[in-house]
Design a protein around this ligand. Structure first.
Ligand code: PSU
Ligand code: MN
Length: 299
């Protein structure tokens, strides 16, 4: 069922810092090759440099993995099957050879094995035109239900960001800005939307997480803006998003295909720029997550 990698198992039993990672972002459904491999390596390296152990989540040979050995990275990178939280219970009987876990699946896995901190690029959210499609990413419910602190650069602006924040409020998820008062929009630092809380350092973020734990509440969403040097131009990115959404409508794409479709549209339209921005923010989030995990393990 859930197979915990040796290094992750040792770290957890010693009470050391561990950071979970999703795998959809590193698979064929996320970043293009070879940027996907670079992203994975940069995240793993930065987590280790900060003194934590990375736990890449994925599905391999029908098993749910928390911590993937280096030899198996290749299979995760090549994976094309999206595994969300609701799919996890089915991978065993399907004997799914390879699956890429989304944020929702990874948060469930992390909670099940006792990992308290998770890092990604951007989370899913409430989609635009939700009143027609009903499309709300299960990432949001997973964060609400599981006691895991999630570090992300906000959510991509192709989503409905005000509704995403509204939904998180309904689900009692604290949204905490990392050195910011505003919700970041992934490629850009500021969506203009306020977040209810702000922290300046890893210790304060750890304190919020520990209080949630004591209260028996669910997860926390910490949002960190992309480093300023790698931010994209908001006007340009919004134009590209509109184009990509129109294409989606014309081709009647819906359900789990929506996010990968828009992501690849953005990639093509911004050439390499969006990819290097993505690498930068993913690494940045992984570093912050590791610092927080270290603080939590020291308490
Ligand atoms: N947003 C991104 N990059 C991604 C994803 C979201 O900027 O790779 C992936 C994540 O794995 C996230 C999933 O959990 O898409 C959300 O998919 P959906 O909208 O179908 O819930
Ligand atoms: Mn969806």
């Amino acid at each position: 069922m859930i197979v915990v990698g040796d290094e992750v198992k040792d770290a957890l039993s010693a009470g050391n810092a561990v950071v979970a990672l999703e795998s959809t972002i590193f698979s064929t459904l996320g970043l293009p090759s070879p940027a996907n491999e670079e992203a994975l390596q940069r995240c793993l390296t930065v987590i280790r440099s900060a003194g934590a152990v990375p736990a890449l989540t994925a599905v391999l040979d029908g098993d749910i993995c928390a911590g993937v050995s280096e030899e198996a990275h290749e299979r995760v990178l090549a994976s094309a099957v999206k595994v969300a939280a609701r799919d996890l219970s089915t991978v065993g009987f399907r004997n799914l050879p390879e699956g890429a876990t989304t944020v929702s699946a990874s948060v469930v896995i992390a909670d099940a094995v006792g990992i308290e901190v998770f890092a990604t690029g951007g989370i899913g959210g409430v989609h635009r035109e939700v009143e027609i499609t009903g499309d709300v990413s299960s990432d949001l419910d997973a964060i609400a239900r599981h006691q895991v602190l999630v570090v992300s650069a906000g959510a991509k602006a192709f989503l409905d960001l005000p509704r995403t924040l509204e939904y998180l409020e309904t689900q009692s998820v604290p949204v905490v800005g990392w050195q910011t008062n505003h919700f970041p929009a992934f490629y850009t630092r500021d969506s203009g939307l306020p977040v209810p809380h702000r922290v300046e350092d890893a210790e304060s973020a750890a304190q919020i997480h520990l209080a949630r734990r004591e209260l028996g509440q669910g997860g926390t969403l910490l949002v960190a803006p992309i480093p300023a040097a790698d931010e994209l131009d908001p006007t340009e990115i919004n134009r590209v998003i509109e184009e990509s959404l129109n294409d989606l409508r014309d081709r009647k794409i819906s359900g789990p295909q929506v996010t990968p479709h828009v992501l690849s549209g953005l990639e093509k339209a911004t050439a390499g720029e969006s990819v290097s921005a993505n690498l930068s923010l993913a690494e940045h989030n992984a570093r912050i997550a590791a610092e927080i995990a270290v603080e939590i393990s020291a308490k």
